[in-house]
Design a protein. Structure first.
Length: 266
C-alpha cells in the first residue's frame, strides 16, 4: 500500500460555515487520499457524526459556542480517531498537545501546512494499520555493495544504521552487520523512506524497531536491546514522531541528557 492507496476518512468540525467550506475545498484540492465524509457545526452534532461515521481524522475548531473543541474531546474515554486542531489562536497550542492532538493548524489554513500535515498523518496511519510497516517498507529493498559482494536487504530487516566517518554499518534484525563505504547522508538518500529517522549525527533508526524512548536521558531502546543516543536538538522531533506512531515514551529516569552529536562523524 502506498500514499495514494491509503484512504483517510475525515470529519470537519467548525461553527463557522465559511471556515468549514474553505477547509473542505483545500482538502479536496490538495489531499487526494483524504475523504471528508461529513461536517459538523458544533460539539454535540460532531459527537453524533463521529459515532456514526467512525472517521480516521477529525479537523476540529477549538472555540465553539457552548462546548469547545477541547471539551468535546473529553467525551471520548478511548478515542480512536486522530485530531488536527484548526484555530485562529496560538495560545491553545499547549492544551492541544495535552489532548494528544496530532497537529495544530492556524486559520486561515495554509495549503502547504495542510499538505505537510496530510503527509505526516498518512505516514502514521500506514504504520498503525496492522503490519503497515512490512507492507509499506518491508517489501522494499536496498542494494548494499561491499568489497566483492552485493546484498539486497529489506527495509523491514534493518534496525538501525551507525556511521563512522565515511563508512556506515547496517544492523539487521537477524544479527548480521553489513558495512558499506558511504556516509549516513548518502544512506538516507538511498533508503528514501519516512520510517527511517536521523536521530543523531551517527545514527539512522527504523522507527518500527524502537521499543521505547527515555526522554530524560535521551535514548532509544531498540528491539535487539541496543540503546541509541538522540542528539539534544533532535529530542523533541523524535519524541513527536514516536508519539504519532504510538511507541512508548518514558520520562521516569533521572539521568543526564544524551550528549550532542560527536564531532567528525558523518
Amino acid at each position: 500500500m502506498n500514499y495514494s492507496e491509503m484512504k483517510i476518512r475525515c470529519v470537519v468540525v467548525d461553527d463557522e460555515l465559511p471556515a468549514r467550506q474553505s477547509l473542505c475545498r483545500l482538502i479536496e484540492r490538495h489531499c487526494p487520499n483524504f475523504e471528508v465524509v461529513q461536517t459538523a457545526s458544533n460539539a454535540p452534532e460532531a459527537y453524533q457524526v463521529v459515532k456514526e461515521y467512525a472517521p480516521d481524522l477529525v479537523f476540529l475548531d477549538i472555540q465553539m459556542p457552548n462546548e469547545s473543541g477541547l471539551e468535546f474531546l473529553d467525551r471520548f474515554d478511548d478515542r480512536k480517531f486522530s485530531v488536527v486542531f484548526c484555530t485562529t489562536y496560538h495560545e491553545y497550542a499547549v492544551e492541544a498537545l495535552r489532548k494528544r492532538a496530532f497537529d495544530y493548524l492556524l486559520k486561515p489554513v495554509d495549503e502547504q501546512d495542510l499538505v505537510a500535515c496530510a503527509k505526516r498523518i498518512t505516514e502514521k496511519l500506514l504504520i498503525a494499520r496492522g503490519a503497515a510497516i512490512p507492507e509499506v517498507a518491508g517489501g522494499r529493498r536496498v542494494e548494499l555493495v561491499t568489497s566483492g559482494q552485493r546484498y539486497f536487504v529489506r527495509h523491514s530487516d534493518i534496525l538501525y544504521v551507525e556511521a563512522s566517518g565515511s563508512y556506515s554499518t547496517f544492523y539487521l534484525a537477524t544479527g548480521k552487520r553489513i558495512t558499506v563505504s558511504k556516509n549516513l547522508k548518502r544512506i538516507e538518500q538511498m533508503l528514501e523512506d519516512p520510517i527511517f529517522q536521523r536521530v543523531h549525527n551517527s545514527f539512522l533508526v527504523r522507527l518500527a524497531s524502537v521499543e521505547s524512548y527515555n526522554h530524560r536521558n535521551g535514548t532509544l531502546h531498540l528491539q535487539n536491546g541496543k540503546e541509541v543516543p538522540i542528539a539534544v536538538r533532535k529530542k523533541e522531533a523524535v519524541r513527536q514522531r514516536l508519539v504519532e506512531l504510538m511507541i512508548e515514551v518514558r520520562e521516569d529516569t533521572e539521568l543526564p541528557m544524551a550528549a550532542e552529536d560527536a564531532p567528525g562523524l558523518a
